[in-house]
Design a binder for this molecule. Structure first.
Ligand code: SF4
Length: 290
């Protein structure tokens, strides 16, 4: 045993290297540093674990989920291809994700892959009367865009009172984007019993609906809001809770992963993937392959 010439750590003797201490980095040492070697080793371990998993799981390390679906879908596709599934495996498959995933990026990725996705926005419960008796339910005070039905044949919207909102000829451009404006007739709105729920101001004459016609992102987001409000959306979306949440409960309560005991994304990812692997092995052992 020798001592490190820089900091005095105990050093393993190595031929051709004056300084072979794994605790410190010597400027004269030409090979990869101890940290680089450690990272390399961890990355190889992570790759081995991931290829074993045949699914996609990753500690992405972002607080927001608004761009997390594309890497998850791509990763899962890669893994499925490795076990002989076709590239269009996800076509027509149902996907549910919670409202933190409701973003143009995530929804666009699902539509690109032709996935039947159900990703509500964060106000969907306030629109759903089934939650009326729940603690913290705050009904929306005014009708929103989603409450108006579009009649494609006539290019009109139909309001909750059954009246028609016709397109305004002066729909124009705002900040370079094409604006579409629809307006209900003053006569209808003045006599309407629902005006308190529909009009923003007491003395407003009539209701307008305005949106950017060429803002694709906003439209796909609105289309998703409407999809969640359909009968099929009401039936499918609640299944997410029973599918996903027990996995977290099992890992946190039974496997006691309340918090990661390691630090750094690579190590946290390895720890997370190991827990996923144990969870999956347990499922296969109990219920067999799907
Ligand atoms: S205020 Fe006008 S747009 Fe709103 S519900 Fe009544 S009639 Fe329809």
């Amino acid at each position: 045993m020798q001592e490190c010439i820089v900091y005095g750590h105990v050093v393993q003797p190595a031929s051709g290297s004056q300084h072979h201490c794994r605790f410190c980095i010597d400027d004269d040492f030409s090979g990869p540093s101890a940290r680089e070697r450690q990272i390399d080793k961890l990355q190889k371990q992570a790759a081995r674990i991931e290829s074993f998993l045949k699914q996609n799981g990753e500690a992405i390390g972002k607080g927001l989920d608004n761009a997390n679906l594309p890497p998850v879908i791509d990763g899962a596709k890669e893994n499925l291809e490795r076990i002989g599934k076709g590239k269009d495996y996800f076509k027509g498959k149902v996907l549910t994700a919670d409202s933190s995933y409701h973003s143009v990026t995530n929804i666009a990725k699902c539509s690109e892959e032709k996935i039947d996705a159900y990703i509500p926005d964060n106000k969907f419960r306030n629109r759903d009367k089934r939650f009326a008796s729940r603690l913290g339910y705050r009904p929306r005070s005014k009708f929103s865009f989603a409450d108006f039905k579009y009649d494609g044949d006539k290019d009109e919207y139909i309001c909750p009172n059954g009246k028609h909102l016709k397109p305004l000829v002066k729909s124009g451009r705002h900040k370079g984007k094409l604006l579409r404006v629809y307006r209900c007739s003053e006569n209808d709105c003045q006599r309407c019993d629902l005006r308190a729920k529909c009009l923003r101001y007491k003395d407003a004459k009539c209701r307008h609906l305005t949106y950017y016609a060429d803002a694709k992102g906003k439209n796909i987001s609105q289309a998703m809001v409407k999809k969640i409000q359909t009968q099929r959306g009401h039936k499918i979306y609640p299944q997410r809770i029973a599918i996903v949440e027990p996995v977290f409960a099992n890992i946190r309560v039974h496997k006691r992963l309340d918090k990661f005991s390691l630090r750094g994304k690579i190590k946290v990812n390895i720890q997370w993937l190991l827990y996923c692997m144990v969870h999956n092995i347990e499922k296969i052992a109990k219920y067999g392959f799907a």
